[in-house]
Design a protein around this ligand. Structure first.
Ligand code: C2E
Ligand code: CA
Ligand code: CA
Ligand code: CA
Length: 279
């Protein structure tokens, strides 16, 4: 049957086509981005609620695209995961974080923890532990200051291999955080079986505070569970005084969010640290 050129079917088809083309283009650009120095890490401070000091920073990837400008990770990480490019990109991120870790000690901030995100897809690389080990060794950093953040999805593909990776890296001093905690479904057993020293409460719960009583209950439960297992808790996405006060009352250990600081380039972070040091 002949199709009406104006029908919704054609329209939909064209959209799909554009979208697939867009993805391919993005993937090709991303390949160049790594070689062309277009990737950059931003750093978002994490504040210790007991001491009011900056405990560490989360390293967050940004892409300075030559035509599109600054592209956020939600747009290109999925493309990088599907294409496998996240593997080399992920190693670049760890390398860069180690350089900054070294640098932070030189400029007077030793002891700052650097947290790096790991994608589930990086666990498909059979040389993960070995490669990360080489990067850390070459950078000559204090491994206890390197923290790797992973979500529960990282464990799904090959739980035994993933567990082994975590154990081996943990033996070198690297610590692990469970990211987006509360949004997965196997949280409890993971906490028990893996070398996890920290959980990050997902920002969806923090931002529901005051809007849903459930959010309060869930956050209370996460903190009490984590603390009973000697695991620290970071709340992410803290934007308001009210959220901060609630978390403080619940003895949450650390806070990350726009309330204190947005993710920022390295030079801005250095300024941020210097300013806090003066006051
Ligand atoms: P995530 O690991 O859950 O990181 C926290 C996200 O929350 C970051 O978004 C951060 O900018 C944002 N955020 C922090 N505080 C606030 C706040 O107060 N309010 C709001 N609305 N948002 C806040 P970002 O930088 O866009 O990163 C998005 C996601 O991309 C990350 O979520 C992480 O899953 C992924 N990602 C970022 N960098 C990397 C990387 O180097 N490797 C991998 N595999 N994933 C990365
Ligand atoms: Ca994270
Ligand atoms: Ca999150
Ligand atoms: Ca996330």
């Amino acid at each position: 049957a002949k199709r009406d050129p104006g029908s919704s079917y054609r329209f939909y088809d064209r959209q799909l086509h554009i979208s697939a083309g867009y993805q391919l283009r993005l993937e090709a650009d991303l390949r160049n981005a790594l070689r062309g120095n277009e990737l950059e890490l931003y750093y978002q401070p994490r504040i210790d609620l007991a001491t009011n000091e900056v405990r560490g920073v989360e390293c967050l990837l940004r892409w300075n695209h030559p035509e599109r400008g600054l592209v956020g990770p939600d747009e290109f990480i999925p493309v990088a995961e599907r294409s496998g490019l996240i593997v080399p990109i992920g190693y670049w991120v760890i390398e860069q974080a180690c350089k900054r870790l070294q640098e932070s000690a030189e400029i007077g901030y030793p002891g700052l923890v650097f947290a790096v995100n790991l994608s589930f897809r990086q666990f498909h690389d059979r040389k993960m532990t070995e490669t990360i080990f080489r990067i850390i060794f070459n950078a000559n950093v204090d491994t206890s200051l390197l923290e790797l953040e992973l979500t529960e999805s990282a464990m799904m593909h090959d739980p035994e291999y993933a567990q082994r990776c975590l154990r081996e890296l943990n033996q070198l001093g690297v610590s692990f955080a469970l990211d987006d905690f509360g949004t997965g479904y196997s949280s409890l057993s993971n906490l028990q079986h893996l070398p996890i020293s920290l959980v990050k409460i997902d920002k969806s719960f923090v931002q529901a505070l005051g809007k849903s009583a459930d959010a309060e209950h869930i956050i209370r439960a996460i903190i009490s569970l984590a603390h009973s297992l000697q695991i620290s808790v970071v709340a992410e996405g803290v934007e308001t005084e009210g959220q901060l006060e609630f978390l403080r009352q619940q003895h949450c250990d650390e806070i990350q969010g726009y309330y204190y600081a947005r993710p920022m380039p390295w030079a801005d972070l250095v300024q941020f640290l210097n300013k806090r040091g003066e006051s």
